[in-house]
Design a binder for this molecule. Structure first.
Ligand SMILES: [Zn+2]
Length: 178
């Protein structure tokens, strides 16, 4: 099982109507399913010493904090943080991550994969790209077709993003902790 396969399976387990609303209005969709989603203006996506991070998720409190921006990047951040919550509830993903050499890095990548799969569903990708390689024109078509697709989505989350898990009980982040 590859990281991408796991990510797509997790996305596939989300009911299709929820997937649709997550794609169209992530903030509203997450709030509607009972998560506490709070903008924190002090957070910023600016890189460097002044910036904190784009988002944080707190699994046991079902809470997502995010840096509010006017850009569509915010949607990616929200879905990335939501992915953390999904992973924390997914035993297959947790055990896969625990087997990785860099579980923390792989976890962030998997959250990016999940957010990307939510923003650009496979059906859309298939319809626009077909089976061949993705070209620049495909990206433009995807961009025009999607309200939330953002050209900088691939930079959502990542290494400089904060992650506050449930504390010591994060086996995938601390595989060697005894
Ligand atoms: Zn993350």
């Amino acid at each position: 099982m590859t990281r991408m396969q796991l990510a797509h399976r997790i996305v596939g387990e989300i009911p299709s109507d929820l997937r649709r609303s997550l794609r169209r209005q992530p903030l509203k969709a997450l709030t509607d399913i009972g998560l506490h989603v709070q903008p924190v203006t002090q957070m910023t996506s600016a890189r460097g010493a002044g910036g904190m991070c784009d988002g944080m998720s707190f699994s046991d409190r079902r809470t997502i904090l995010f840096a509010p921006t006017q850009s569509r990047r915010q949607n990616f951040t929200l879905l990335h943080e939501y992915a953390h919550l999904l992973l924390d509830d997914n035993d297959d993903a947790l055990s896969w991550l625990a087997d990785q050499e860099q579980p923390g890095v792989e976890q962030e990548r998997m959250c990016d994969d999940i957010a990307a799969a939510l923003l650009v569903p496979d059906e859309d990708l298939d319809a626009i790209v077909g089976t061949g390689p993705i070209t620049g024109q495909h990206l433009i078509n995807l961009f025009q077709d999607s309200e939330v697709f953002s050209t900088d989505w691939s930079f959502g989350g990542g290494e400089d993003e904060c992650r506050f898990g449930d504390g010591a009980d994060s086996p995938r982040a601390q595989p060697d902790a005894a």
